[in-house]
Design a protein around this ligand. Structure first.
Ligand code: NAI
Length: 682
């Protein structure tokens, strides 16, 4: 990048470097202060790439040549300060080239830190990864109090670590334990939370951000806390030990990045003392090493797959611009799923009717919706005021209210084909011909529904399969039949994306995609338990593999009656490989339905689950690696069949769906990504 240094006229107040079609930032001089404004052209986000670093260096050089009282960083974007490194370009680099970019970022940020005049990051919007590392190189940070403002270092979630100075500067600013919590867990915090942590100095209304930052340049530098305790080798060793223990319990050693970040951040604080350069060198070395690991490659691929799922069209020939946006919605059935879906829709500011048969279930549904909003307030997803306003968008009803103005109706009533057929026929009469009619069924045939009597336009029938709990599960399977109109698919895709969920389009077929791939795995785990392999060994094997929950524990959560019923349906569709073990039917007959009845593969009592025993352990007990291999092979095999049958268009979408829908070990890349289980690290 060969940008000429901006020519600054001392005392000038007009913008010296106007926004241009090519530049990622521009420099203004105002009241004796310099302001660098991030504003990447033609994009809604600002990210850091080599061109950005070049321009920033040029601008810093210009600032240092003139007598300004200080420098403020701002963004011109409505909801992003700086979203971090440009992963697309970073993902292509290896070895020396990668090290070069890391060094370059460190050096440019070091120039901010040593500019010689006060520097302030005035943050509104996402300030993540490299963006926060830039802000950390400033003397002060102030942030807007808007929900869009989020600060965090998510690098470890991508198998990497903050290496543009973040792992070194953050512990020095807020102390090691709080810094580790942010770095190791990849947490994002609101402006107010960041203020409490000491990460930002002030929280101000967005409108006052720039004026306050400029005013702060005239105030004396704030006194920073010194963290003697965490610089003390003995207490630092305790913090390190506790964090490693907690990390290993959580990740079972499958994720090298958080451990490396802990090492770098920790040593930067307690061993080298004031030596920043040695700590930066460790950041660089660890980053380049981590970037070459399978975990980082797979996590980065997952990130790109999610991005792709955010934009890909199902049928590029459809003119999406001409399609009406889905804005008015209704949900039929106010049970677990209906309430969850209605809350999700309202949380994204769309009005939604929540209907059920009687006032009782409607009231129960609204209680769940309100509880979900309360939980969101506790988790700081929304303020109390926002939650109240969004809750008002849900209109509960037990009456046959008019639905003809709805763009979309989602049916989430009981799992009974006859009930659903009646609901759909009724909806056809009560809605406009353009209203999309969706079912949230987990196992029934969407095609049967579309063909049912009274369905006047089968082309507007589709499956929208949300996962439980709706507020947390990112995946939605969009189930299409041979009748579904391409415009309906595109509108559904856009709607699911507007809810912040990741859609995967699947062809209607028993179990759709995720449940179909999961079933042989669950069934085989049940068979193993039936043959005497201890329940704990089976579940531990898959936890070591990287699953969030063992298969038998998952069966207990799903309900053994539900699982047995689904397996029976799958046997009728696909044959013996879905045949459930006799043990499953025996347990159901005995009333042991899993968690909901207090007993299944585990004995559930006051939040504790103790594994039950079903047969004498066989002599040739398989080891955990063999168990994990076997169970994973079954998922991979079923995934391949789904691909061959055209249930989805490409293998990568299966990987994505399984990771988002079941928590399939993300660092492995997915069941079709070809990683075989390694020896479990304990
Ligand atoms: P639920 O039993 O909690 O709720 C069903 C609700 O539908 C009840 O409140 C019932 O009164 C109402 N209802 C029944 N007939 C109705 C009618 N004709 N009109 C209006 N409301 C009616 O069931 P849940 O768990 O919420 O499941 C709903 C649907 O979502 C089912 O098709 C299920 O297979 C599917 N699903 C369930 C998941 C889960 O984990 N629970 C996950 C994904 C899908």
């Amino acid at each position: 990048m060969n940008t000429m240094p901006p020519v600054l006229k001392p005392g000038a107040t007009a913008p010296l470097r106007r926004p241009s079609a090519k530049r990622r930032l521009h420099l203004e001089l105002r009241d004796g202060a310099a302001v660098i404004v991030f504003d990447r052209p033609d994009k809604s986000v600002n990210v850091i790439d080599t061109a950005f670093l070049d321009e920033l260096e040029t601008a810093l050089r210009a600032v240092s040549r003139y007598e300004v009282k200080g420098l403020v960083f701002l963004s011109a974007k409505p909801s992003v300060f700086l979203a971090g490194a440009d992963l697309e370009s970073l993902g292509r680099l290896h070895g020396e080239a990668l090290e070069h970019v890391v060094t370059r970022g460190q050096n440019v940020f070091a120039k901010i830190a040593s500019l010689g005049v006060p520097t302030i990051a005035a943050i509104h919007g996402a300030c993540l990864g490299g963006g926060l590392e830039l802000a950390l190189a400033c003397d002060r940070r102030i942030a807007s109090d808007e929900a869009a403002t989020k600060l965090g270092l998510p690098e470890t979630q991508l198998g990497l670590l903050p290496a543009w100075g973040g792992s070194t500067r953050l512990p020095r600013l807020i102390g090691l334990p709080k810094a580790l919590d942010l770095i190791v867990n990849g947490k994002q915090v609101t402006a107010k939370h960041a203020r409490r942590l000491g990460l930002v100095d002030e929280v101000v209304p967005k409108e006052r951000l720039k004026a306050r930052a400029l005013a702060l340049l005239d105030e004396p530098a704030p006194k920073r806390k010194s963290f003697f305790l965490t610089k003390n080798p003995a207490s630092a060793a305790v913090i390190r030990f506790l964090t490693i223990r907690q990390l290993l319990a959580k990740t079972r050693g499958n994720y090298p990045a958080p451990l490396a970040a802990l090492e770098v951040a920790g040593r930067g604080t307690w061993v080298t003392g004031g030596n920043l350069d040695r700590s930066f060198a460790r950041e660089r070395e660890a980053f380049v090493r981590l970037a070459e690991t399978d975990a980082a490659r797979n996590l980065l691929r997952l990130f790109f797959l999610q991005e792709k799922a955010k934009h890909d069209r199902h049928d590029p020939s459809v003119d999406v611009k001409s399609l009406p946006r889905i804005e008015r919605t209704a949900v039929i059935g106010a049970g677990v799923m209906g309430a969850g879906i209605a809350q999700m829709i309202a949380s994204r500011d769309f009005p939604v009717v929540l209907a059920d048969l009687d006032p009782g279930p409607v009231a129960a549904g609204m209680k769940s919706v309100a509880a979900l909003f309360d939980e969101g307030v506790k988790r700081r997803v929304f303020t109390k005021h926002e939650a109240g306003r969004k809750l008002d968008l849900v209109s509960p009803t037990a009456d046959r209210v008019p639905l003809h103005r709805c763009d979309l109706v989602i049916e989430a009533a009981v799992e009974d084909l006859e009930v659903k057929k009646k609901i759909f026929a009724d909806l056809c009469a009560r809605t406009s011909p353009d209203t999309i009619l969706a079912t949230n069924t987990s196992a029934l045939s969407v095609t049967e529904l579309a063909k049912a009597e009274g369905i006047t336009q089968p082309q507007r029938v589709i499956g929208l399969h949300f996962f439980n709990p709706v507020s947390r599960m990112k995946l939605v399977e969009i189930v299409t039949t041979e009748f579904t109109a391409p415009e309906v698919v595109e509108r559904a895709l856009a709607f699911v994306r507007s809810l912040g969920k990741t859609p995967v389009v699947v062809k209607d077929s028993p179990g759709f995609l995720v449940n179909r791939i999961l079933m042989p795995y669950l069934i085989e785990a049940g068979r193993m338990a039936e043959s005497g392999v201890p329940v704990a060994t089976i579940d531990e094997a898959m936890l070591d593999f990287g699953m969030p929950m063992g298969p038998l524990r998952l069966l207990d959560e799903i309900g053994l009656d539900v699982a047995n019923h689904v397996a029976d349906t799958m046997v009728s569709a696909f044959g013996d490989r879905f045949e459930p073990p006799l043990l499953l039917a025996d347990l159901v007959r005995a009333g042991h339905l899993g968690k909901k009845s207090g007993r299944g593969f585990y004995l559930h009592d006051r939040g504790k689950a103790v594994p039950d025993t079903f047969a004498k352990a066989p002599r040739d007990l398989p080891d955990k690696t063999a168990i994990a291999n076997r169970l994973n092979e079954l998922m991979a095999g079923e995934s391949r069949r789904c691909l061959d049958e055209g249930i989805v268009r490409d293998a990568a979408m299966i990987d994505l769906a399984m990771i988002l829908g079941t928590g399939y070990a993300p660092f492995r890349g997915g069941p079709l990504h070809g990683t075989t289980p390694n020896e479990p690290h304990l």
